[in-house]
Ligand binder design. Structure first.
Ligand SMILES: Cc1ncc(COP(=O)(O)O)c(C=O)c1O
Length: 467
């Protein structure tokens, strides 16, 4: 994300007021509520609630949002638990020892699901999401590399991180914030994510690690973690550097263990040093909770761990934030015990089935070509066939928007920037029936677009999308 479109809010003076519904029959309704300044006087709690509630109705309909990976519905029981836990602060482990215990259990459960090795002591924590988890995992890689370089009397001032250009923006952030050179393997032809061969070409003695993604935000495909690790094994055996792998399993960490149990991508692979996931994606929890786990204590340098003691006890922590809500951690634990392995398996399998059903139906409409089919993550991307020249994927996305659907269209990164795609993320709640409604709407939209007698104008800035 570049320059001026960062969603930071620039202060603007102004006297704009919110127009409050006169039905609320309050002084606030008569005077209006200033938008950009704190109101002078308090108002009735019910009126304040209603004002904010009414405004939020303008947000999109989560059910029709096929752009986001993030959970938009939880069971009322989870909602109740979260409301009851709204006051809990994850850092305050002395005041909330039971929340800390629940976080600890979640780390154990995930370590187990990710095949942490019994003879090693995996260590991990919750985060606000995969982005914070990526910062922590990236820092651990950088620290380890620097210690090893210093111990060898070698220069440690030019670290780099190897990954595919398809990585989520959090890895670009990590590199920029922590002064690490990003070495990105471009997409080429049919290769839209990292391979072992390409990763190795960019590694040298300054490489702090290789990030492998399970699966790619761009098209839902899984990067071949085992193949990447094997290529790095060969590099090391041949006298090259010993480069650890971090797996960004933001989505796949809660999918693969349940529905692709034979796929080796986790701590079964000795070179995998750490793994992150987003509890708020396929972990099925409201935003924001993520998790990061290191294979063993060696993978997480001790200097990064702070002991928090001024709230009473002494607890080791590794986090960017200090205070943070505990409710999401509690909701994660609720889901884990409520659904169990079989519950998660059924939900993820249903999402995969719906994704593949939808992908097949979309391919049958005519003008679309599938790049992925929803068989790895329940996520797929599709393009328009080259012979379609009068409209673009952006026009299709706009057309669906008119019907309430949010299906993002975007261009691929450098080297494949001429390929523009639509992407569908199937999450729990996207039933087969709803999928069929989408297909019908897509058919209708395509029929309209096919009637065009000349090409629609295209704007270059439509191609940007950063999920
Ligand atoms: C592969 C991958 N990594 C990291 C992230 C960032 O995750 P979060 O939103 O939990 O910070 C995402 C989000 O889409 C992702 O898909």
């Amino acid at each position: 994300m570049g320059g001026n479109d960062v969603p930071l809010h620039h202060h603007e003076p102004g006297d704009a007021t919110l127009d409050v519904n006169p039905l609320y029959a309050s002084a606030a309704a008569r005077a209006g509520v200033p938008k950009l300044r704190i109101p002078r006087e308090p108002m009735d709690a019910e009126v304040a609630y209603q004002i904010v509630h009414d405004e939020l109705m303008l947000d999109g309909n989560a059910r029709l949002n096929l752009a986001t990976f993030v959970t938009t519905w939880m069971e009322p029981q989870a909602g109740r638990l979260m409301a009851e836990a709204a006051d809990k602060n994850v850092i305050d482990k002395d005041e909330y020892p039971q929340t800390a215990e629940i976080e600890r259990r979640c780390v154990h459960i995930l370590a187990d699901l990710w095949n942490a090795q019994p003879h090693q002591t995996a260590v991990g924590c919750s985060t606000t999401g995969s982005s914070e988890a990526a910062m922590l995992a990236g820092m651990a890689l950088k620290w380890r590399w620097r210690e090893a370089r210093r111990a060898a009397g070698a220069a440690a001032d030019r670290p780099n991180l190897v990954m595919g250009i398809n990585v989520q923006v959090c890895w670009e952030k990590f590199c920029r914030y922590w002064d690490v050179e990003p070495r990105c393997v471009p997409m080429e032809g049919e290769r839209r994510h990292l391979t072992g061969e390409e990763a190795v070409k960019l590694c040298d003695e300054n490489t702090i690690g290789v990030v492998a993604v399970l699966g790619s935000t761009q098209d839902g495909s899984y990067e071949p973690v085992a193949e990447i690790a094997a290529a790095l094994d060969r590099l090391h055996q041949g006298g090259g550097p010993d480069v650890p792998v971090h797996v960004d399993a933001a989505s796949g960490g809660f999918v693969a263990p349940f529905v692709q149990p034979d796929l080796e991508w986790d701590f079964r692979i000795p070179r995998v040093a750490s793994i992150n996931t987003s509890g708020h994606k396929y972990g099925l929890v409201y935003p924001g909770v993520g998790w990061v786990i290191w294979r063993d204590r060696h993978a997480l340098p001790e200097q990064l761990v702070f002991r928090v003691n001024y709230l009473g006890g002494s607890m080791p922590t590794f986090a960017l934030n200090f205070s943070r809500p505990g409710a999401q951690v509690i909701a994660q634990y609720y889901n884990l015990i409520r659904l169990g392995f079989e519950g998660y398996r059924r939900i993820q399998q249903a999402a995969l089935d719906t994704a593949q059903h939808l992908a097949t139906a979309i391919a049958r409409i005519g003008p679309f070509h599938l790049l992925t089919d929803g068989s790895e993550l329940p996520v797929f991307a599709f393009t328009l066939r080259p012979e379609v020249t009068r409209y673009s994927v952006f026009d299709v996305s706009d057309g669906l928007r008119k019907r309430g659907w949010q299906v993002p269209a975007y261009s691929f990164p450098p080297h494949l920037e001429d390929t523009s795609v639509l992407r569908v993320v199937v999450r729990n709640g996207m039933s087969r029936d709803l999928a069929d409604v989408l297909v019908a709407d897509l058919r209708h939209e395509v029929a309209q677009l096919e009637k065009l007698s000349s090409p629609l104008p295209q704007h270059p800035d439509r191609a940007r999308f950063h999920h």
